[in-house]
Design a protein around this ligand. Sequence first.
Ligand code: SF4
Ligand code: SF4
Length: 365
Amino acid sequence: MIYREYGKTGESVSVVGFGGMRFESIDDTEACVGMMVRAAEAGVNYFDTAPGYFGTKSEQAYGAGLAELRRRGLPYYVSTKTFASNESGVRTEIEGQLERLGVDAIDFYHIWCITSLENWRERTRDGVLDVFRKLKDEGLIRHICVSSHLIGDEIRELLMEGVFEGVLFGYSPYNFSTRQKAFDAIRKHDLGCVVMNPLGGGLIPNNPDLFSFVKTRENESVVEASLRFLFAHEEITVSLVGFGNAWHVDEAISAVEGYEPISPARLEQIKAAASRSFDGICTGCGYCEGCPEEVPIPKLMDAYNQKLLHGDYQSLINRLKWHWNIPAEEAAKCIECGQCEEACTQHLDITGRLKEIVEAGTAAT
Ligand code: SF4
Ligand code: SF4
């Protein structure tokens, strides 16, 4: 296993983290615990969950898994999150989490899923940062972190707050260009950086030919290659993999064990190849930002990617709802000024896609 320092916290964490959002048999506690033990025995020590994964069942499974890790003397850090912002809401949430997880304190506690800077401002107005500071003083949490679906400059602005010890956001060979600017702030504040959805939420293993550009060796799978692409980023402390079964655990471990450093030049080649391979796919570069009608174009185009890759509009609607938390009607604000299409690095028919999104949203209601 490879370990990295989590920002300036002094904690040493495994480059592969256990994500608790994709258990294939969440009601089979023995299977969930077995996967956690298998990962920990291979050196994984970062275990992430959330109160909304399978309701609270993921945290409950973690409670059983962590107890087994303690019994076997296997070290771990536990990470979870809360949507709550005010004092009573956060306290009620964490009381339940400590009980479900069976621990006295949470190592990495996240203000969960900031979807826009306005959303962040609302939560700070509710006092979320003060509550988190108090919880830390009381020893109930060890490190204050934030998870976000912001892109580009927005993440950089969020992290400039200077209160966080670490950040969690989506990053993969499929959407790396949306989030690269965050690394400036991560370096500047010496933050831990955990990335989720490293396999594009299943897009990469399901489309191995499309993502073959990420391979640096003939004998590696596209999953191993994608994880190694992330390990090659020095700023990324942990790549969280949502494990469904024991085989997924083994593949991620094999990606670490067979890792050989990838040079910065090769990394750039892979990124350039990504842009070439994604014909018709929005790469999330963000060059189209600044719409006069404030249409969130990269987010809507990211959702449209799901339709292209999965071939149905429901995937698009799901992405808008569950990942970005924005309604399809946002696309209807477009007045077809053409500014974004002129700027688009992939020369996409953005206005046409926006119309399709509006229609898909109407059909889904
Ligand atoms: S074409 Fe539509 S989405 Fe693009 S910048 Fe103009 S108003 Fe915004
Ligand atoms: S729509 Fe075009 S310019 Fe905008 S993020 Fe996607 S690829 Fe980049």
